[in-house]
Design a protein around this ligand. Structure first.
Ligand code: HEC
Ligand code: HEC
Ligand code: HEC
Ligand code: HEC
Ligand code: HEC
Length: 216
């Protein structure tokens, strides 16, 4: 009597069962990973803000330097957002009738800070400092992109541990002269690695990668 199943059938069968069980498992793992990724957590989605502050006008058209509003980046861990009085330094005169600026006037009047919503936020268990990066030649644009072309600031870098470590392991191509850290359109004149090497030697740049660099 001929065999009921041909010899090859068994392995086809196994492959089908593996597929039936495997596909949902992979899909589930994928969903779990996505849920933890910056994309899944909505990090790249634009944030609602109390008023439409636009870096294109202030940085692009008016050429106001980053340090005028985010001076903390040069001297502390936190870059910070400017106090309302900084805005009113201009807007008490410029566009002082604009409806869009009503929240700024109200904030200046009653002394409550404007409730800006954070765009970038690391988990609490991660230690980060602007000052060290800015003073060692890492530019704003490397981590924040072209805010001068964004109607509203959006996160462009993943801010994951892998992203931090990629640069800490090999920072050379990302380094620029400290005088250019806030210049969003600066490009290295030739090979980025060559420019970086010169900066690295001059400033003795050696980022650490052991766990307690960023976690206590
Ligand atoms: C006139 C003041 C002003 C200037 C100049 C300015 N900013 Fe801002 N910036 C703000 C304000 C106000 C916010 C908060 C509202 C928002 O997120 O758009 C902000 C937000 C940001 C954020 C997002 C902060 C977060 O919540 O994560 C980044 C990044 C940023 N600015 C980078 C820059 C860079 C880089 C420059 C220079 C090229 C610059 N800014 C120049 C006022 C300014
Ligand atoms: C150095 C001067 C200066 C400072 C400081 C400044 N602005 Fe402005 N802002 C301007 C100018 C000039 C314009 C008009 C720009 C244009 O239309 O191109 C403007 C436009 C605006 C507008 C658009 C107004 C409208 O009706 O369209 C808003 C909103 C605004 N600024 C908010 C802010 C906030 C919030 C701050 C503080 C974080 C701030 N500005 C700080 C100079 C300044
Ligand atoms: C090495 C990457 C890196 C560089 C370089 C960098 N930033 Fe940031 N920035 C971040 C990260 C990460 C956060 C979120 C920090 C947190 O949640 O503690 C952030 C947050 C901010 C914020 C929100 C307020 C705050 O301080 O948390 C502003 C504003 C900002 N950066 C502006 C700047 C400006 C201006 C420069 C250049 C002078 C700059 N950054 C350079 C990575 C960087
Ligand atoms: C594009 C390059 C780059 C990226 C991205 C970057 N760093 Fe750094 N980081 C540096 C450099 C350069 C230094 C300065 C090292 C030195 O002092 O010699 C540094 C220094 C530090 C320090 C001070 C401790 C030390 O190594 O000396 C901490 C903490 C730190 N980084 C955390 C972070 C975290 C957290 C992230 C991600 C959210 C990050 N960095 C992303 C380049 C980078
Ligand atoms: C250069 C900075 C840096 C260094 C060095 C670093 N981490 Fe992290 N780590 C981060 C950042 C940033 C996050 C947050 C990532 C996120 O939110 O996606 C993180 C997240 C984590 C998490 C949580 C992961 C998760 O999936 O939720 C663990 C656990 C962790 N790190 C362990 C370590 C260990 C162990 C080491 C040493 C081998 C280390 N880290 C070295 C920056 C760093």
């Amino acid at each position: 009597m001929a065999p009921l199943f041909r010899p090859g059938t068994d392995s086809v069968f196994r492959a089908l069962i593996a597929l039936a069980l495997g596909v949902p498992a992979v899909a589930l793992a994928g969903l779990l990973l996505l849920a933890r990724s910056p994309l899944g957590r909505g990090s790249f989605a634009p944030r609602e803000q109390p008023l439409p502050f636009d870096h294109r006008h202030h940085v692009g058209d008016e050429g106001i330097p980053c340090g005028y509003c985010h001076e903390g980046a040069w001297r502390s861990p936190v870059a910070g957002v400017p106090p309302t009085q900084r805005c009113l330094g201009c807007h008490a005169q410029v566009w002082n009738g604009s409806a869009r600026l009503e929240p700024v006037r109200a904030s200046g009047f009653d002394g409550t800070a404007l409730p800006w919503n954070r765009v970038h936020a690391l988990p609490d268990y991660v230690w980060f400092s602007h000052q060290i990066h800015v003073s060692k030649g890492v530019g704003c644009v490397t981590c924040h992109g072209r805010v001068d072309t964004q109607p509203a600031v959006q996160q462009v870098a993943p801010l994951t541990m892998g992203w931090c470590l990629d640069c800490h392991r090999d920072p050379t191509p990302w380094l620029r002269p400290v005088s250019e850290v806030a210049n969003l359109t600066w490009r290295p004149p030739g090979d980025p690695r060559e420019t970086g090497r010169a900066v690295q030697a001059a400033l003795d740049v050696h980022p650490r990668t052991d766990c307690n660099t960023c976690h206590f």
